[in-house]
Design a protein. Sequence first.
Length: 283
Amino acid sequence: MQDVFPHCESLVRAADKDRFLATLFAPADVRGALHALYAANIEIARLREVVHEPLAGEIRLQWWREVIGGVRSAEAGGHPVASALLETMQQHRIDPQPLQDLIDARTFDLYDEPMATLADLDSYARRTSSGLITLAAGILAPDRAAPEAADAAGIAYAITGLLRAFPLHASRRQLFVPAEILAREGVDVASIFAGHSSPGLLAALTALRAHARTHLATARAAITAVPLAQVPALLPSALVRGYLDRMERRDYDPFRSDVDVPQWRRQWVLWRAARRAAAVDGS
C-alpha cells in the first residue's frame, strides 16, 4: 500500500486548503500527524456526498467509530487514512472520545432535518470544528490546553464554513441556518430550496455572521493564553474575518456570490496571525 502519510497530505492539500496552509506553520515532525487527523475529518465530513442513502452513511460512520475504538484494526490497515489516523492516535496518545463526538455530530449531515436552534448549531460546531482544533493542539503540545480559544475559534470557523457552503446545502435541501432564526425573519424554507433570496433570508444570514464574529472576538481575546506551539491548530480561524467581509458586500447573493479568498491572501493572513502570536509570546 502507498505510504499513508503522503496520501493524507495530498488529500488535505486538495480538499481542506485552509488547514493545509496552517500546517505549514507547524514543526515538520508533526505535520504528518496533523495531515492524518485532518484527512480523517475530510473522509467523515464528505460522507453525504459519496453515499446515496442515509443508512449507507450510518454504516460508514459506524465503521469509523469501530476503527477509532480499535475494533477494526485489520480493515483499517487497508485504508490509508484510517491507518495513518490509528498510528497518529497511538503515537500521540490521542483520546478517542473527541473523535467519537465528531462522528456522532456528523450523523446530522446525512439527513434533511433542519438545524433547529442556534444552540444546536453551536453544539454541532463545538463537536466538529472545535473538537478538531483541540485534537490538533494536543498533537502540537501535549498536556497543555486553552479550551476557551479552541471552543470559540472552532465555532466561528465552522459557522463561516457553513455560510460559505450555503448554496450547496440549499441545492440538496439541507439547512444549517437555524430554523428559529428563519422563523423570526419570516423566511419560507421552500423559497430557500427553490433558490430564491429575500430580505428575511439576508437578515437571517446577517444574524448568523454576527454570531460568528462574536465567537471570533472571543477567540482572538483568548488566544493570548494559548501556548505558542499550539497556535497552528487555531490559525484557520484567522481567515474567518476575510470570508465574512466578502459576505457583507452590497452585491452579495447567498446563492451565487463567490466568497472565496485568493490563496496568496490566505497565506499572508495566516503568516501575519502567526507573527502576531509569536510577538505576544515574546518570541
